[in-house]
Design a protein around this ligand. Structure first.
Ligand SMILES: [Zn+2]
Ligand SMILES: [Zn+2]
Ligand SMILES: [Zn+2]
Length: 305
């Protein structure tokens, strides 16, 4: 059997377990490591009623935001942004990054999303870029062919190049802002960029010709490679949270339950390779750790590189 190729950006391990959500979590170190673009699309399309409800509410939020912006009411704009982000994740819990596991992390994350959206709207530099984006988007003409509407290739890719560069620039600014420091833990930049691009690509695909879809997926890094499914040794164990059965590959430290989307800790200690001392795993198991007794560097997840 062939599956999509994913290697963990933190520890390098391949994906072992089948997954049901669009976000791929490493079976060894528990890091949020990649996005399955097609699963994301399926999640979006699986419940048309939900999508309709979301689309209707979205209009209300956007209208309220436009009015508050017009009045220059930044305070209430921020509050509305918070409610809007919260509503989005209540509607689409499967889009919540799996690195957000507690209520406290959730509130922190939503607050940062709301704060950065507000600052981007009220900052002239980003507002100017947003206008340029809209302008490029309006330049795209649409052609009706074989019962489908297609966006003009050249104009689309001109807008696309601007969008990708602009997104990367805004990430650069966002992740170097000390106010958002915690985001490196909650949602690391690489995977965040993939998340953002995946949503954008998803929105455009219905309007593109097959050849343009291919080009877009290549540019955004969503073309997939397939590899043979590996079978590894391991054991079955029930999820600590929902009791669903999980397969835990040998050498795993943290694993996501695909049923309840909670991360289970498999091992929280390791024995030093040099002196045998029992050490607690305090950080990500993907990071090398120095033994508390002899100082030797231990690499917990290995053999996949
Ligand atoms: Zn990993
Ligand atoms: Zn579970
Ligand atoms: Zn040691």
């Amino acid at each position: 059997m062939k599956i999509k190729k994913f290697n963990c950006i933190q520890c390098g391990a391949p994906k072992i377990n089948p997954y049901a959500s669009p976000y791929i979590v490493c079976d060894f170190c528990g890091a949020f490591t990649d996005i399955d673009f097609e699963q994301g699309l399926d999640a979006w399309n699986k419940n048309p009623k939900r999508t309709q409800k979301y689309t209707e509410e979205k209009v209300n939020y956007e209208t309220a935001l436009a009015q508050l912006f017009g009045k220059g009411d930044k305070n209430n704009y921020l509050k509305t942004q918070f409610a809007y982000w919260d509503f989005y994740y209540q509607m689409y819990p499967e889009y919540l990054p799996p690195s957000i596991q507690t209520e406290e992390q959730y509130k922190l994350y939503i607050a940062i999303c709301a704060d950065s959206s507000t600052n981007a709207a009220f900052d002239e530099k980003w507002a100017e870029k947003a206008r340029k984006q809209t302008e490029l988007q309006q330049k795209i003409s649409y052609h009706f062919e074989d019962g489908k509407t297609y966006a003009d290739t050249d104009a689309f890719f001109e807008m696309n190049a601007f969008f990708i560069q602009n997104t990367k620039d805004s990430f650069q600014e966002f992740y170097t802002n000390p106010k958002y420091q915690i985001m490196h833990e909650l949602l690391p930049p690489d995977v965040h960029l993939k998340m953002k691009l995946s949503m954008y690509v998803q929105a455009w695909i219905p309007y593109l010709r097959a050849i343009d879809v291919h080009r877009l997926l290549q540019q955004t890094g969503f073309s997939t490679e397939y590899i043979e499914l590996q079978t590894v040794n391991g054991k079955n164990q029930s999820c600590t949270f929902c009791k669903e059965e999980l397969f835990i590959p040998e050498g795993s430290y943290k694993i996501l339950c695909e049923h309840c989307l909670k991360i289970n800790t498999v091992q929280s200690f390791f024995n030093c390779i040099s002196c045998g001392m029992k050490n607690e795993i305090t950080e990500s198991p993907a990071k090398p750790m120095n033994c508390i007794s002899c100082g030797t560097e231990n690499r917990l997840i290995k053999g996949w590189f």
